[in-house]
Design a protein around this ligand. Structure first.
Ligand code: S3P
Length: 171
């Protein structure tokens, strides 16, 4: 797999609750690559949590910071990169990802996503109304875009190790 990647990264895209961070960590271990997570990196550089950032500066500022962070991370050398759910929707961020990474969409159904995000609803986007309705709307808007990823893996309700192994196989 490392040979096939030819110095590119693997970028995991998909909605909140798809398992980008948890599956990403396992996948990185399987491939012997470092793991980075764009949300965690954003929190480190801004010294604020994602909800605080949204609250203080709003979504457009968050997206601008996200674009910079993702572009830096993918240029720092091959890694498995978990991206925030909206990152791939931003044309600028998407083109950085496409240039430097194999993109892998972790696709999940509404029930799976909701079960995972509601364990700890710290997603600002899901706080502006009925979370299930918002998630279902985001699925409608984003699935056609995520569909342009190089690889699509179904993120089902099985152990994350299983999904990571399927992802490694598919690369
Ligand atoms: C967002 C997803 C979040 C985070 C922010 C916005 C989105 O990341 O970046 O709350 O637009 O879908 P996760 O997908 O890791 O939850």
């Amino acid at each position: 797999v490392r040979e096939k990647l030819q110095d590119r990264s693997v970028a995991l895209v998909g909605l909140m609750g798809a398992g980008k961070t948890t599956v990403g960590r396992r996948l990185a271990a399987l491939l012997g690559l470092p793991f980075s997570d764009s949300d965690q990196e954003i929190e480190q550089v801004s010294r604020m949590s994602i909800p605080e950032l949204f609250e203080a500066y709003g979504e457009p500022e968050f997206r601008a910071l996200e674009a910079r962070v993702v572009s830096r991370l993918v240029q720092e050398g091959p890694r498995v990169l978990g991206t925030g759910g909206g990152a791939y929707l931003n044309p600028e961020t998407r083109s950085h990802l496409k240039d430097h990474a194999v993109t892998l969409w972790l696709k999940a159904d509404l029930d799976t996503l909701m079960a995972r995000v509601m364990k700890r609803n710290n997603r600002p986007l899901l706080k502006t109304g009925d979370p299930r309705k918002i998630m279902s709307k985001l699925m409608g808007e984003r699935y056609p875009v995520y569909g342009s990823a190089d690889i699509i893996i179904q993120s089902r309700d099985v152990k994350r190790e299983v999904i990571a192994a399927e992802a490694a196989e598919a690369i």
